[in-house]
Design a protein around this ligand. Structure first.
Ligand code: AMP
Ligand code: ZN
Length: 114
């Protein structure tokens, strides 16, 4: 999608602080970190949000969670734990309309969310 910020990051048109990449997904550090560890994992394919997950594309979500577990192990945050969040739509607080999973760690992440 030509006017999508995260598609531009995937295409390399906007730089990112890359954490992991394969043929299906990209992970990069959030530009405005909310915890000592805060990175985003996104599908390279443009999917607007978790409201657009179907039987045809749900495999990418499974793959994203595999990647999150691998990065978490590499970063040494598996033991203490982490929070995975995907905001969806206006009420969910989504500001970038390309599916992404926040991974937050390195402090006790509060619950419930605000
Ligand atoms: P959300 O509000 O759930 O849609 O999350 C969007 C996230 O993208 C926010 O945490 C932003 O800080 C982050 N973000 C926006 N622009 C960039 C960028 N160029 N590089 C990295 N993260 C970004
Ligand atoms: Zn996109």
């Amino acid at each position: 999608m030509s006017d999508c910020l995260f598609c531009k990051i995937v295409a390399g048109e906007i730089p990112s602080d890359k954490v992991y990449e394969d043929d299906k997904v990209l992970a990069f550090n959030d530009i405005d970190p909310q915890a000592p560890v805060h990175f985003l994992v996104i599908p390279k394919e443009h999917i607007k949000s978790s409201a657009q997950i179907t039987a045809d594309n749900s495999h990418i979500v499974a793959h994203i969670f595999e990647v999150i577990a691998k990065i978490a192990a590499d970063k040494g945050i598996s033991e203490n734990g982490f929070r995975v969040v995907t905001n969806c739509g206006k009420d969910g607080g989504q500001t970038v309309g390309h599916l992404h999973f926040h991974v937050l760690a390195g402090r006790n992440i509060g619950w419930p969310p605000g």
